[in-house]
Design a protein around this ligand. Structure first.
Ligand SMILES: [Zn+2]
Ligand SMILES: [Zn+2]
Length: 294
């Protein structure tokens, strides 16, 4: 099993290669430690799917649940929220002021964290805007702190739900078989097979390498890559049909442990490059802050 020790070493390796990421990785390394510790406290009943419903979902290649159905251990997530705000004050200067305010508001019961979680799980933009206005904290920061603190609960539910996927054929759709969200990372394993990583629940699933992962378009003129010479392990696959991009980590070109969460952060410059070229990825940025807000 991969340990926090390995994660920390891998973060250090990446920092040595790309010193610009030192500050942001120092923050996230600690966030991942807090999330890992929180996992031990999580107490949630498994999400049950009735056999008949499961059959319908399998037949129609539908995801197992809607993101709104994820269960959150409120007590554990509240502690994680406060811990992450604490870390941001120490390690993420760009987020420190709002993190201090949010931590204080939470301790004074001056804002309803459950409402924030609900808005995020339901993708309820209006509620998010309202909370943002009320607290005078930007939506992207609320979303970041909210997602980071719900992640251990979501991960726990996901692990339980993955049991339902055993023996099912590979889903050849551009969304997560567990929760239906888009992937924000692809990886190529030692045999060159492509895996996708869900931007929301972190489920990993196999998918064919041909064509766009989102719209499945496979026309030669529509599918392109770009990459930087000095980063052989990364490339970005872009599709001119749906104008979306996905970052790809080639594990055959990498001699460090693969922690998808770390690589997602260490490649934020590629998101910026892809956006500058006019491509989008809805799942990107949910769990990461960009350089501009640091
Ligand atoms: Zn998912
Ligand atoms: Zn496409």
């Amino acid at each position: 099993m991969k340990t926090l020790e390995q994660l920390s070493q891998t973060a250090q390796t990446i920092t040595n290669l790309r010193p610009a990421y030192r500050e942001i990785l120092d923050f996230y390394k600690e966030v991942f430690r807090v999330q890992e510790e929180s996992l031990k406290d999580i107490q949630l009943p498994p999400i049950m799917i009735e056999p008949d419903l499961l059959k319908i979902k399998q037949k129609n290649e539908l995801p197992l649940i809607d993101p709104s159905e994820f269960l959150i251990d409120l007590a554990a997530a509240t502690r994680t929220f406060s811990d992450v705000c604490g870390l941001a004050q120490d390690l993420a200067p760009g987020l420190a002021a709002n993190a201090r305010f949010l931590q204080r508001s939470l301790s004074q019961a001056a804002f309803d964290l459950e409402a924030l979680f609900s808005a995020l799980l339901n993708s309820h933009e209006k509620s998010l805007q309202d909370i943002s206005q009320l607290l005078d904290v930007p939506v992207n920061e609320l979303s970041l702190f909210g997602h980071l603190s719900m992640a251990p609960s979501i991960g726990t539910c996901r692990e339980q739900l993955e049991i339902y996927l055993a023996g099912m054929p590979e889903l050849q759709k551009g969304y997560c078989p567990v929760c239906g969200n888009p992937p924000n990372l692809a990886s190529l394993d030692q045999d060159g097979r492509q895996h996708l990583h869900c931007s929301f629940c972190r489920h990993e699933w196999k998918s064919g390498r041909m064509g766009c992962v989102f719209c499945k378009n496979n026309e030669k003129d529509m599918q392109h890559y770009f990459f930087n010479e000095e980063e052989k392990e990364y490339r970005v696959k872009v599709c001119d049909h749906c104008r979306r991009f996905i970052k790809v980590v080639d594990l055959r070109q990498m001699d460090r442990e693969f922690f998808p969460n770390l690589e997602l952060i260490a490649t934020l410059h590629l998101d910026m490059q892809a956006r500058e070229k006019g491509y989008a990825n809805e799942g990107a940025g949910r769990n990461e802050v960009s350089h501009s807000s640091q």
